[in-house]
Design a binder for this molecule. Sequence first.
Ligand code: PLP
Length: 456
Amino acid sequence: MLHTRIMLDESEIPTHWYNVVADMPNPPLPPLAPDGNPVAPEQMLAIFPGNLLEQEMSAQRWIEIPEPVREIYQLWRPTPLVRAHRLEKALGTPAKIFFKYEGVSPSGSHKTNTSVPQAYYNKQAGFSRLTTETGAGQWGSALSFAGQMFDIDVRIYMVKISYEQKPYRRSMMQTWGANVFPSPTDMTNAGRAALAADPNNQGSLGLAISEAVEEAASRPDTNYALGSVLNHVLLHQTIIGQEAKKQLEKVGEYPDMVFAPCGGGSNFAGIAFPFLADKAAGKKVRLVGVEPTSCPSMTKGVYAYDYGDVSGYTPLMKMYTLGHNFMPPGIHAGGLRYHGESPLVSQLYHEKLIEAVAVPQVATFAAGVQFAKAEGIIPAPESCHAIRAVIDEALRCKESGEPKTLLFCLSGHGHFDMASYDRYLSGKLEDFDYPKTLVDEALKGLPQVDWPPKAA
Ligand SMILES: *Cc1c(COP(=O)(O)O)cnc(C)c1O
């Protein structure tokens, strides 16, 4: 019989997270205050607990996963690694295609891998109230679930357009006990300013972050949790790649290429970073982040210090960015509509240790439908980006006859995204290439700082 689902035992859930910082050729660049000086850790304590900040700044290679976190991971981990035999056959490719399926988590995506430890560490540090933002709703649901596990009051600023278009994601968060508000709200200065400028503001991820950070910073009993971008978030996701490596080993395989959709970069880091460790040790493997042509942070953005939110509440981070004022077009892969890319992924891309490609929207849904017909699982629109790039590579293998081994992260299922599939199936979806002129426009608002500072 062919190997299809390659499973691990519960006892094989990783015991440690892998910190890529230990294997990077250069140390990460520090977050800066607007005056160009590195942000003091104490300043970050206004919104993050000390134990998570320690992870954020750690260079230690392995960080132990607390037992209560592993016990919750057991509800859905280890996740399956699947050989996509039927997709290979449909494509007529000599390539071997494997996917790591993160959609089996309670909220349906990889985001629970970090929401659970974030809730745990906040609880340990004595915080029982968390704010966050959510776009399409995957992060909000992941944090709501985690909050429920550790008895934390979760307050979610949900981008207004998604709040209206994705009522069932909202119900999901409410089922796990969270409070959900359509952003912009009139509860924060950031929200009120946005509404004053435009009462019909449909919201954006950057704006919702401003609201969530503002509430957390203004209350001593409240912290903020972020679902991507930051070092500790990427760290928590590395269980994906560690498990995948073990599963591939079981069938005597090693990937030539690893793909993942790239929004803030966390599931990409999760599957790719454990392979980067091998690469640092001399092994050949290509790691490819896949982003939308409508929000091409790496392929069209610049590598510069920028804010993580619209209002400039966050520290400046050195990252590939389209500018913090970037207003994303209303594409359906909500989880990929962020102006920046995580600093760690950005630095590795800048140093050419990883690669990036951009793919257009209609082709991603075509890939998702082809995948669903072959493999059964209906992928999240974000995940369809990786599938597009994998199918393109598999077709190149068909041309060249090269039997490459391809691995990708199927970061989530698309059960809450059927309205988007509807639009694709009825021919109403369009492509959007983010034009260079708009990139240049948004980049004019970049803060003028760099590290190390240029000598005066
Ligand atoms: C949030 C999300 C993404 C993008 O976020 P990253 O931090 O880049 O991983 C991708 N896929 C799914 C299913 C998501 O929910």
